[in-house]
Write a protein that binds this ligand. Structure first.
Ligand code: ADP
Ligand code: UDP
Length: 237
């Protein structure tokens, strides 16, 4: 498939057309941002890790019955994906309190939940991705009730699969963000990426943070943390 015109450059990826309107090429960058773009930096080698990690995890999810946009890894940084119309919701699943949840509700970071939680935010950079509930999403016609039910079902299924897999790697899956999209026929599939940019991953033994919080919170060792989780994933996939 031939790479066509760039149609979008986001904070972490560039998106290109192909000669087939059903497919796009995404190219992963080393650029890192946090706090709605306020903090900017580079994580050397991140694009290569996130591309490969996301692809391996999505292939695993496909095997578990969760449809994804993944088609083919083209190179270190580039992947062919099914083009979707993105549902403008960030779907966040949490197993342990951290980040904005801890801040918002005054719950200490690290508190484990008996059952996972789900929340949605409106994917809108200008508004700072505000939190919204299912009724809001339906009222705003961001998705139908049926689509949201499908998204919830898939999001919890992703959590069960990934929690199990990361545990085999000695890593605790704390929380993560997913994006879903519609294929031309309306089918909902998992899109975007699953990586240390979009998940909180803690070492099971030491509690060490192995994800983008090292960048967000200036903890140092950012590249090493991304390499470490990738190494563990490759040993267990
Ligand atoms: P952002 O837009 O938040 O800065 P990125 O830099 O990761 O994020 O840009 C990638 C963009 O591509 C995102 O807007 C994401 O929603 C979108 N996207 C991801 N997967 C697909 C897909 N399969 N089809 C169409 N758009 C996609
Ligand atoms: N997340 C993300 N993109 C966002 C917001 C959150 O990938 O725009 C991920 C984040 O990496 C974490 C989870 O979603 O794994 C929950 O993030 P939280 O709501 O705690 O927000 P943060 O503390 O990152 O602002």
């Amino acid at each position: 498939m031939k790479q066509g015109k760039q149609i979008y450059e986001g904070k972490a990826k560039k998106v290109y057309r192909t000669d087939d309107p059903r497919f796009l090429i995404v190219s992963y960058k080393d650029d890192a941002t946090a706090f709605n773009g306020l903090k900017k930096g580079t994580i050397v080698g991140k694009g290569v890790i996130n591309n490969k990690m996301s692809n391996l995890l999505m292939q695993r999810l496909e095997k578990a019955g969760i449809p994804t946009h993944f088609v083919l890894e083209l190179s270190d940084r580039e992947t062919l994906v099914k083009k979707v119309s993105i549902v403008p919701l960030e779907v966040i699943i949490r197993n342990i309190a951290a980040g904005s949840f801890s801040k918002r509700y005054g719950v200490e970071e690290g508190q484990k939940f008996d059952v996972p939680t789900i929340e949605f935010s409106y994917k809108n950079d200008d508004l700072g991705d505000p939190l919204l509930n299912k009724a809001h999403a339906i009222a705003m016609k961001l998705a139908t009730e049926e689509e949201i039910a499908t998204i919830e079902k898939y999001a919890f299924a992703v959590n069960e699969e990934l929690k199990k897999f990361w545990a085999e790697c000695g890593v605790t899956l704390v929380d993560f963000k997913l994006e879903f999209g519609r294929l031309a026929d309306g089918t909902i599939v998992l899109a975007d990426e699953i990586s240390p940019d979009t998940c909180r991953l803690w070492d099971m033994k030491t509690g060490e943070k192995l994800d983008k919080d090292r960048f967000r919170r200036d903890l140092g060792g950012v590249e090493d943390a991304y390499s470490e989780v990738m190494k563990r994933l490759l040993q267990h996939i």
